[in-house]
Write a protein that binds this ligand. Structure first.
Ligand SMILES: NC(=O)c1ccc[n+]([C@@H]2O[C@H](COP(=O)([O-])OP(=O)(O)OC[C@H]3O[C@@H](n4cnc5c(N)ncnc54)[C@H](OP(=O)(O)O)[C@@H]3O)[C@@H](O)[C@H]2O)c1
Length: 217
């Protein structure tokens, strides 16, 4: 796979894990954040290493040949607005977000579902952009080189553009995943609840080393 420029909107755990992954494959990473000069971002760049840089959401989105959305759901629309929808024009956008609501003392829940999804909402915010839902069904620690005794787990993806899904599949393969295409972006309605299942199993068992696999014969 040829070296790409990857704009990652988000400086949390997902941004860091994927940044390390892309950097390790020789891609050039620029993180987008509201505060590029913060000590948190400086630490992130040190951790990720390589040629990784940080800038505003607009700078990171404009930089990327592809762009990754790794923002808190409640801040995602704002991050896209700050980036400026024109910065995404014609690009593959990997949507790793989950539309979660957090209530004290309760496990996270989905803010929308059944007849809509975060992936579809992102696609509406970015019309004409090639949005592919991916990476949302597993904890950040396993997003890159997911080593499990049963072999590579499956990453389900959803999006409307076949070429964009091929690009994301190539990335997932390089990261060590097997990929299953769950159809158009409305497939995000099925993928986002898998996050709740993943978290629920973790809360029930106190373990966070699991991932999904479809068995076939
Ligand atoms: N953590 C996981 O293991 C995991 C796994 C799968 C999917 N996800 C999903 O991936 C996304 C990122 O998760 P995360 O744990 O890495 O980090 P997070 O804490 O959910 O999000 C961090 C990022 O959100 C941005 N943000 C927060 N409020 C904002 C606002 N009002 N306007 C603009 N940006 C805002 C922050 O920007 P600043 O840098 O400017 O502060 C920061 O970069 C979430 O949607 C999460 O549900 C997480």
């Amino acid at each position: 796979m040829k070296a790409m420029r990857v704009g990652i909107l988000g400086t949390g755990d997902v941004g860091r894990s994927l940044g390390v992954g892309f950097n390790g494959l020789g891609h050039q990473v620029k993180f987008g954040t509201r505060d590029p000069g913060s000590s948190k971002v400086k630490e992130l760049l040190t951790e990720v290493g390589g040629k990784a840089t940080a800038g505003t959401f607009a700078e990171a989105a404009a930089f990327g040949d592809i762009v990754v959305l790794a923002t808190l759901w409640s801040g995602t629309e704002n991050a896209i607005k700050l980036a400026g929808p024109a910065s995404f024009k014609g690009k593959v956008v990997i949507d790793a977000t989950n539309p979660l609501v957090f209530k004290p003392g309760a496990p996270p829940a989905l803010a929308l579902g059944h007849t809509d999804s975060g992936g579809e909402q992102v696609q509406r915010w970015l019309p004409g952009v090639k949005v592919v839902k991916a990476f949302n069904i597993v904890g950040h620690a396993h997003m890159v080189e997911p080593a499990f005794p049963g072999g590579p787990p499956d990453m389900f993806i959803a999006g409307n553009d076949a070429d964009a899904k091929n690009t994301v599949t190539e990335i997932l393969t390089a990261f060590g995943w097997s990929t299953i295409d769950a159809g158009g972006i409305e497939g995000a309605r099925l993928l986002e609840p898998l996050c709740i299942l993943w978290v629920g199993y973790g809360l029930a068992t106190g373990t966070w080393n699991h991932a999904f696999k479809l068995l076939r014969k």
